[in-house]
Design a protein around this ligand. Structure first.
Ligand SMILES: *Cc1c(COP(=O)(O)O)cnc(C)c1O
Length: 392
């Protein structure tokens, strides 16, 4: 007996689903060097352009000089240092929740929160388009797991009627592959009517959404009663790394006591927390980044509609262009790359079968001229694709 990896890989190739990692040879910014080429980057999640900001870099450097590099141990042993603690307090204040708990990645924060809150005999209900980490967390929890129709409070209510035990409703705030917003007011009231808890993972909403970047809960004005479990990640608009869960004192103490992905891992380097303290300040205070980004989003949607591209219902920096077929999505992204533009082609299983797309992301670091170049190149590549036979 042996593992037949070669044929699994060959099948993946044949299905146009084989993934490759572009090698980034410059910092994260609009003009990048990738695999030896200079390209315009429209696929990063660095929505506010903070990943390579001089003040954030300086904060990280100063943090490393003061606190060293490694976290050294888990938080419960001797890895919970002053910068981690200060960042937790700042994030609690930022989200208007009593407490926040810092994690090294969003994937782990989601595993931790879901598995600490529900288990056998309980129920977890998730939007079917939730991020993979939330779906994995639901499966791992051992609770009865069911997925409701995308953003459909009626479909959620039907499942809530059949739920047993503690019930957790889990949704992305901004859907990571579609860019649309969860209809939180309706979802939260459906959950509350049945005594279920709402957990929102707003990885893509913190930063771009809300008057001071407070994300979807700030956008809709929802407090801790509506959304008792609020997750944010720090690797996107914050431009650094890590994640947090914000909520009540009891929630955070429960995670510290029982969440295995929190307990059994080394704390993130304290200098990363120093960098995030600085990027949090920029994210809150420098509203011009959000304003510029919103202008770019509006201009992109107008220009893309003129080209005749199939856009999705997204008011966020995630602007997918629906193509459908995986091979054609790959071809379009290859044509764009020849034109000097880097965008991601997103294929199943990341998105549902038949909905392959380009996932174009805009950031506050892009200039209006760079956006015009994207639109012009898209127009050229889109008409070239239309001229090519379907199965070239
Ligand atoms: C990126 C992302 C995560 C994972 O966060 P990491 O810090 O990158 O592990 C979780 N949830 C959503 C919705 C995301 O987009």
């Amino acid at each position: 007996m042996s593992f037949d990896l070669a044929s699994r890989l060959a099948e993946r190739h044949a299905a146009h689903l084989y993934r490759q990692r572009p090698l980034l040879e410059s910092p994260q910014q609009p003009e990048v060097r990738v695999d030896g080429e200079r390209l315009l980057n429209f696929c990063s999640n660095d929505y506010l352009g903070l990943a390579n900001h001089p003040d954030v870099i300086a904060a990280m450097r100063a943090g490393a000089e003061q606190w060293g590099v490694g976290g050294g141990a888990s938080h419960l042993v001797i890895g919970h240092s002053t910068p981690h603690h200060q960042l937790e307090e700042a994030l609690a204040h930022f989200t208007g929740r009593p407490r926040a708990l810092l994690f090294s990645t969003g994937y782990m924060a989601n595993l931790a929160a879901v598995t600490a809150l529900v288990g056998q005999g309980d129920t977890v209900l998730e939007d079917r388009l939730n991020h993979a980490s939330l779906l994995d967390a639901g499966l791992l929890s051992g609770a009865r797991f069911s997925r409701y129709l995308h953003n459909d409070a009626g479909s959620l209510a039907k499942r809530l009627d059949k739920a047993s035990g503690n019930t957790l409703v889990v949704t992305d705030g901004v859907f990571s592959m579609d860019g649309d917003l969860a209809g939180l007011p309706a979802l939260c009231s459906a959950a509350r009517a049945k005594g279920a808890w709402m957990m929102v993972d707003d990885a893509h909403g913190f930063g771009p959404l809300g008057a001071t970047g407070g994300g979807i809960v700030q956008h809709f004005g929802l407090g801790i009663d509506e959304v008792p479990v609020l997750v944010g990640t720090l690797g996107k608009a914050f431009g650094t790394a890590g994640a947090f869960v914000a909520g009540s004192d009891e929630l955070i103490e429960t995670l510290i006591q029982f969440a295995r992905p929190y307990i059994y891992t080394t704390s993130q380097p304290p200098a990363v927390a120093c960098a995030t303290l600085k990027s949090l300040q920029l994210l809150r205070e420098e509203s011009w980044r959000r304003e510029h980004l919103n202008r770019l989003i509006a201009r992109f949607r107008q220009g893309a509609a003129e080209i005749g591209l199939a856009l999705m219902d997204s008011p966020t920096p995630i602007q997918p262009v629906l193509v459908g077929d995986s091979a054609r999505a790959m071809r379009l992204s290859a044509l764009l790359r020849e034109g000097g533009i880097l965008v991601g082609a997103i294929r199943p299983p990341t998105v549902p079968a038949g909905s392959a797309r380009l996932r174009i992301t805009l950031t506050a670091a892009h200039s209006e001229a760079q956006l015009e170049r994207l639109l012009q190149t898209l127009a050229e590549c889109w008409s070239r694709l239309a001229e090519e036979p379907e199965h070239a």
